[in-house]
Design a protein around this ligand. Structure first.
Ligand code: FES
Ligand code: FES
Length: 159
């Protein structure tokens, strides 16, 4: 395997290109290579979801994805959720429901929550808990997070 390769991919809607090791973690490419530090590292081994991003529309743990797997892919990080510099409806709802305390899990939670609401527009509490089961929070007890996700789903489900 070569020492480095040129990674060409799309991040938050922008074409990006950088030289990196093929087995570098996508997490490090995003944080250190591109300065997108919203994506966090908790466990580094696929257990906590703090590093969640969307890769071609699917939630992945970026600590487990080698850079080479992102070649030509579309990646969305937490920085890409809000359009036009404001907050996304999900980010607004997390704020309004006090769904973040230390905030370390929040970027990953937001990515997973956006994905959940897209796949399941009107989730009940159990479905929200299940949809976010890959994301651990050591602070909130989860109920505020579930409330925030349901509030967005209710709003977006309105005619
Ligand atoms: S840092 Fe990737 S799952 Fe925990
Ligand atoms: S708000 Fe602290 S880990 Fe979730």
């Amino acid at each position: 395997m070569p020492e480095t390769f040129r990674l060409d991919f799309t991040v938050n809607g922008q074409a990006r290109s950088l030289d990196t090791h093929p087995m570098a973690r996508l997490l490090d490419v995003l944080r250190e290579g591109l300065g997108l530090t919203g994506t966090k590292e908790g466990c580094g081994e696929g257990e906590c979801g703090a590093c969640s991003v969307l890769l071609d529309g699917r939630v992945v743990n970026s600590c487990l994805i080698p850079a080479v797997q992102a070649q030509g892919a579309e990646v969305v990080t937490v920085e890409g959720l809000a359009a036009g510099g404001g907050l996304s409806p999900m980010q607004d709802a997390f704020l309004a429901h006090n769904a973040a305390q230390c905030g370390f899990c929040t970027p990953g939670m937001l990515i997973a929550a956006e994905d959940l609401v897209r796949r399941c527009p009107a989730p009940d509490k159990e479905q929200v808990r299940e949809g976010l089961a890959g994301n651990l929070c050591r602070c909130t007890g989860y109920s505020k997070i579930v409330d925030a996700v349901q509030a967005v789903a209710r709003k977006e489900g309105q005619p």
